[in-house]
Design a protein around this ligand. Structure first.
Ligand code: NAD
Length: 479
């Protein structure tokens, strides 16, 4: 049996620790972390301890780590969006095969530069497009590519972001501001563009509309303070009241949707349906206490110490306790993108942050059949309605053990896929250049939305290459 791959981790935050770290711990025969770079002391220590990394391999920054030369087979880069480009270019130049979080970079030129560097150095660069590795989207892809639908004529693809995830990540959280990190269409939908490109091929032209309509100061209820914990008069009727979200609702929702123990799921669902009753009779509700003890994402984001008292303190002073109407957010809360693909297929994509539940739905109408898909955490189904026979086939992609892990099994599938691809590049499910295409579509959609134009992708691709070339040897700029 071959030795596990060795890996360095750059950025031991939520993704580095929870998604990639936990995979390595569960699969020590495949991949093993031997060094970590993370400026936040508690996060660095938490990761190093979990992976028994000796102290001489703990670094504060990626620069310090990469200054040691190549100390492992692979580098995993899971810093925030603005800090993807520089460490990845440096790691590729140092000879690492790299797994990089999405989005590749926050500028068009940066994304192209990454692809150019990977191709020039001959290193593998894989982007964390986790959806490709889920049983659901793999099944969808195989159906479309099998020709069962005939020629696909038109597609509707929806990404429904739940009201609480929107508030957590795109109003209060790290992706709230397009200048500080990324526009939401890039941060959230580069996955969706990647799936559309994988299934249907390149886009010829697109247009887009959308705006930040709701989470703005002028919509704040009368008397609402800057922070939920400062005596908000509408706490009881506000869906985004932070103490209720982070101390009660989100833990219950996660247990209701993710727990592998049936009675815990039922108990948590009951409590969600009847919160007042559940609170009063909590000792009688199966799984109620277990549910409230959930400490993973997004709870783990608000403070490293996930004890309820520490969480309460974090809400009183940190970014996640802010009133959703008084944040420095500017990303949209709804956006639609209309596309015409190279083969003439038309696509309408909707992304928004006002949904009761989190998930994606899609409809592909082909000359031979119609496909309806829904991909929710706890409910995944594909229906194929055949035009000739009228028969309906219902497919429920098997989630398997990996389904219990992040992104419907995508996180685990991605890591397994990366290990396979490093060992044998011919087995890579995708390439950096293919990943680039989804990013180009996202940047083009944002440009189309902001300028009110139709973007022609051929010209846009040429512009992106020219912008990257104009940067010359510089890998540090953020044009
Ligand atoms: N693939 C997916 O589906 C998916 C899902 C969520 C997030 N993401 C992406 O993953 C990335 C990380 O997100 P996150 O939620 O883990 O963020 P995070 O803030 O929890 O983690 C980033 C970490 O990088 C560290 N860091 C900052 N400067 C550094 C430096 N100079 N050297 C080394 N480390 C440094 C930070 O201290 C932090 O701990 C983002 O780009 C995000 O968009 C991808």
């Amino acid at each position: 049996m071959s030795q596990p791959l060795t890996a360095i981790l750059i950025g031991a935050g939520n993704r580095g620790y929870e998604a990639y770290g936990s995979y390595a711990l569960a699969h020590p025969d495949e991949i093993c972390f031997t060094a970590v770079a993370e400026p936040h002391e508690a996060r660095r220590a938490r990761f190093a301890e979990a992976h028994t990394i000796p102290s001489e391999r703990h670094f504060r920054t990626w620069e310090d780590l990469l200054a040691c030369g190549k100390v492992a087979d692979t580098a995993l880069v899971s810093t925030l969006d603005r800090l993807h480009l520089q460490p990845t270019i440096a790691a590729l130049e140092a000879g690492y095969d790299v797994l990089l979080e999405k989005p590749m970079a926050t500028t068009l030129a940066g994304c192209v530069k990454l692809v150019q560097t990977a191709e020039r150095t001959g290193r593998l660069l894989q982007i964390c497009h986790v959806l490709r590795y889920t049983p659901f989207f793999a099944t969808l892809h195989n159906i479309i590519r099998s020709g069962r639908l005939g020629k696909v004529i038109t597609v509707e693809h929806r990404e429904d972001v739940s009201y609480w995830h929107m508030a957590h990540s795109y109003v209060r959280g790290n992706w709230r501001n397009s200048t500080a990190e990324s526009p939401m269409i890039l941060a959230k939908c580069c996955h969706d563009f990647d799936i559309l490109f994988w299934n249907l091929g390149p886009c010829r032209r697109l247009s887009s509309f959308g705006s930040l309509t709701h989470y703005r100061a002028e919509n704040a209820p009368a008397g609402a303070p800057q922070r939920c914990t400062d005596g908000c008069p509408v706490a009881e009727e506000c869906p985004w009241y932070a103490p209720r979200l982070y101390l009660e609702l989100v833990p219950l929702m996660h247990t209701a949707h993710h727990s592998s123990v049936a009675w815990e799921r039922v108990g948590a669902t009951l409590a969600l349906d009847h919160p007042a009753l559940a609170k009063a009779a909590q000792h009688l509700i199966p799984g109620y206490a277990t549910a409230l003890d959930y400490r993973g994402w997004p709870i783990s984001t608000i403070s490293e110490d996930t004890h309820p008292k520490a969480r309460q303190r974090a809400l009183e002073s940190g970014q996640y306790g802010r009133c959703v109407y008084y944040c420095d957010n500017d990303v949209v809360d709804h956006q639609v993108v209309n596309m015409e693909l190279e083969d003439g297929t038309s696509v309408a994509m909707v992304m928004h942050g006002h949904s009761h539940r989190e998930g994606r739905t899609m409809r592909y109408d082909g000359t031979r059949a119609t496909l309806l898909g829904q991909c929710y955490v706890n409910n995944q189904e594909i229906q194929i309605h055949d035009h000739l026979t009228g028969r309906v086939e219902v497919i429920r992609p098997a989630l398997g053990a990996a389904g219990a892990t992040g992104h419907g099994g995508g996180d685990a599938g991605l890591m397994a896929g990366f290990v396979r691809a490093v060992r044998d590049p011919a087995q890579a499910l995708t390439t950096a250049r293919q990943s680039l295409e989804s990013h180009l579509m996202a940047f083009a959609a944002e440009e189309a939305r902001v300028n009110g134009t139709i973007v022609h992708m051929d010209e846009y691709r040429r512009r992106a290459e020219a912008a990257a070339n104009a940067q010359g040897g510089s890998s540090t700029g953020q044009p």
